[in-house]
Design a protein around this ligand. Structure first.
Ligand code: HPA
Length: 248
């Protein structure tokens, strides 16, 4: 079996990898239960990659109910060592407006009540992973390089604030997040990043800005139609970027 060069987790609006060829679909069970859907393994512009839709391919799993552990364990079980997390987000600060792609380097976790460790089972050793840099630095550098090589414009930094959802935030919540130093807001960045580290996977985020976060734009209501059309427009160069990342 050829190794999987890269696993990709798709977020809101990214339910499949365009251009994935010769797809082998795997229904996987893990020690943590079932992932959000099948893992699709195939060739993307010459590279063998795996894809999993975080919310399920029909977007049926809300952020707080995603089995993040099973999703990552499934990718590990098929032999993936590196995970590119695509996360659809709102933009908070200047430079992070709709249709921007960003590769954040920090996280603030505002989620609650989610299973956030693989060490919950009785008898398992407690892990205290180093999480000062929540994303794998080398993988971030490779994402940034792949974007440069493929001509995809990318903001090479940012602080991702992970909220509970599934509702969007209030203006006061976003104002607080801005004071805290968040550039981006999304509902799925955590505990995924921490679990990936516990599982020994290289992991980094490519955030797709779908809208201005509450109170940051023109004040108009944030609609799902706006979110999906911005994600689609911003995702144009993704197959090339992902294949280049898988290559390196
Ligand atoms: N807030 C949280 N998550 C999101 C947003 C947002 O504004 N847009 C897309 N995902």
């Amino acid at each position: 079996m050829t190794d999987i060069a890269l696993a990709v987790i798709g977020g809101t609006g990214v339910y499949k990898l365009a251009d994935l060829q010769d797809v082998d679909t795997r229904e996987i069970d893990t020690a943590f239960g079932k992932p959000s859907g099948p893992v699709r393994i195939g060739m993307l512009l010459g590279q063998r990659v795996a894809f999993l839709a975080r919310h399920g391919e029909g977007h049926s799993v809300p952020p707080h109910l995603i089995n993040y552990r099973a999703n990552l364990a499934a990718l590990k079980q098929i032999g993936a060592k590196r995970v590119l997390a695509l996360n659809t987000v709102g933009g908070i600060n200047a430079g992070f407006g709709p249709r921007v792609l960003a590769c954040p380097d920090q996280v603030i976790d505002y989620t609650w009540g989610r299973i956030s460790t693989i060490c919950e089972e009785p008898g398992s050793d407690v892990l205290h992973i180093d999480f000062g840099d929540p994303y794998t630095t080398m993988l971030r550098h490779k994402i940034i390089a792949a974007a440069r090589v493929t001509g995809v414009s990318l903001v090479a930094r940012g602080c991702y604030g992970a909220t509970q959802g599934p509702r969007l935030e209030t203006k006061a919540e976003i104002a607080r997040m801005k004071r805290d130093g968040c550039d981006l807001v999304g509902m799925t960045g955590m505990p995924e990043a921490a679990l990936a580290r516990e599982l020994g996977l290289d992991y980094a985020c490519l955030a797709i800005v779908a809208n201005w976060a509450a109170g940051c734009g023109t004040g108009e209501e944030i609609t799902m139609a706006e979110v999906l059309s911005n994600v689609e427009a911003a995702s144009n160069g993704l197959p090339e970027l992902i294949a280049e990342l898988a290559r390196g």
